[in-house]
Design a protein around this ligand. Sequence first.
Ligand SMILES: [Zn+2]
Ligand SMILES: [Zn+2]
Length: 291
Amino acid sequence: MNQVFALENFSRKAFSQASPRRGSMMLSMRDVWRQRLQRAEALAARGDSMSQLLAFYAALLRVQLRLYAHLRASHNGAPSGALEQDLPALGSELRPALLAIAQAAPDALATAGQQLGDAGQAAIEDALLSFWYAPSDRLFYPKALLQPYAQWLAEAGITPRGRELARTDNRCPFCGGVPQLSVLHVADDSPAAGGGRKLQCATCLTEWPFRRVLCAHCGEEDERKLAYFHSAAFDHLRVDACDTCQHYLKSVDLTRLGIAVPLVDEVAGAPLDIWAREHGYTKIELNLVGL
Ligand SMILES: [Zn+2]
Ligand SMILES: [Zn+2]
């Protein structure tokens, strides 16, 4: 896979060297799951080296959209915020959802999904509860199945109960989750500008403001230790890396591509993850395609 992902002219940039851009376009928050799915389908249809990966992500988003629609239509009323109590709202949808994802997944992941599906409803619910109280980006299926639930909670403004995760600036103010990615909303990259950057939670997908020149993992704020890497092949994406903790996350720059859907475009930038890993950086949170 690596040669397909070969990148040239990768350049390291200091924050103060960035060139300002114009043309920011806000994405509508309505129908946001459908928008993600449509973006993944459009990118998969390009027929390039990312197509297979994006076709899988589109299949996954299709299942998540169904779960989300099911939760919204739930006759049990509003969620309680305690996953044990809210699980019945997902109930019979869980196993078919899991198996549908497994069917579209790459081999190793497909096997793991099939095994969890075969273990039955109680085992699936146990896996979801374990993830909920001790999240890990290695727990692929629980994360995939619970994102729609977590976003449902966030939209309903029902704080998750019993999920005692650290509350720090680099954690989601709603659920305590770690960031999946960063989004740039305004063009000015100068440290003085400070704003225009948000982090997006990997669990409930909430966005929250976060300073531009600040490591989202260790809190490093020394400009000399922080840089971003940009390749012309992915003009609206960049790798925000920290030389203090050697962690990174990707940023999606909406001022460069207003039609980008951060969660999906982050996945489509998989070659940047391969590049970052090869250069000794560890991702703060793996995405749902495992990169
Ligand atoms: Zn969150
Ligand atoms: Zn750091």
